[in-house]
Design a protein around this ligand. Structure first.
Ligand SMILES: CC(C)(COP(=O)(O)OP(=O)(O)OC[C@H]1O[C@@H](n2cnc3c(N)ncnc32)[C@H](O)[C@@H]1OP(=O)(O)O)[C@@H](O)C(=O)NCCC(=O)NCCS
Length: 163
């Protein structure tokens, strides 16, 4: 049994990270990746509370038991706010966030979501590229929203409608 488990773990570790819905069991790994990825981290209890919230939808990407990335949104009525998306540094630039976002948006559409909103730092080029490729458009701008090394940076508010 143990051999089968390690064979399976190796198989998954070699291939593309597998995508699936996240659950409260992922709270620790998501909190750790979030803290590495953002200036203001989320604690494990905060993440756990989000994952247990019935309005929150989350997906994970994993290589074996290791978390490679996640995306999390809040869906209220037919509007969604993307709360966070992050990919581990060692896995970036391989299309993983694009795959997570695509799966996430399809799931949200299936749940009846019509419009998706998010905020992104105006200097965050990988994230802006990600959302641009996924069909998001800028609808407004909040100046002086994020702290930055040279003062502050604006938040771009993006929107995408789901058919
Ligand atoms: C934003 C983030 C999730 C993207 O993850 P990723 O898996 O590397 O993204 P992808 O590989 O799917 O690439 C998405 C796009 O960004 C581009 N990109 C990736 N890394 C880049 C970089 N360092 N500089 C510029 N563009 C970059 C890719 O080329 C791709 O564009 P393309 O489709 O035109 O080629 C990741 O950089 C991250 O976790 N950043 C820290 C957390 C964060 O800022 N989250 C977003 C908050 S709104």
């Amino acid at each position: 049994m143990r051999n089968v488990m390690s064979w399976l773990a190796n198989l998954f570790a070699r291939g593309e990270p597998a995508l699936s819905e996240a659950s409260a069991r992922d709270a620790g790994a998501i909190a750790a990746l979030h803290s590495h990825s953002f200036r203001r981290g989320w604690s494990e209890p905060e993440v756990e509370a989000l994952l247990l919230d019935r309005h929150v939808i989350a997906h994970r990407a994993g290589s074996g038991v290791k978390l490679a990335g996640f995306i999390m949104s809040r869906l209220v009525e037919d509007e969604v706010e993307i709360l966070s998306v992050a990919v581990a540094q060692s896995q970036q630039g391989r299309g993983l966030a694009a795959r997570l976002l695509d799966l996430h948006l399809r799931r949200l559409a299936g749940l009846g979501a019509r419009a998706v909103f998010l905020e992104v730092d105006e200097h965050n080029r990988p994230a802006i590229r990600l959302y641009d490729r996924a069909g998001f458009a800028e609808i407004s701008r909040r100046p002086n929203y994020y702290p930055a090394s040279s003062g502050t940076a604006a938040a771009l508010v993006l929107r995408r409608d789901l058919a």
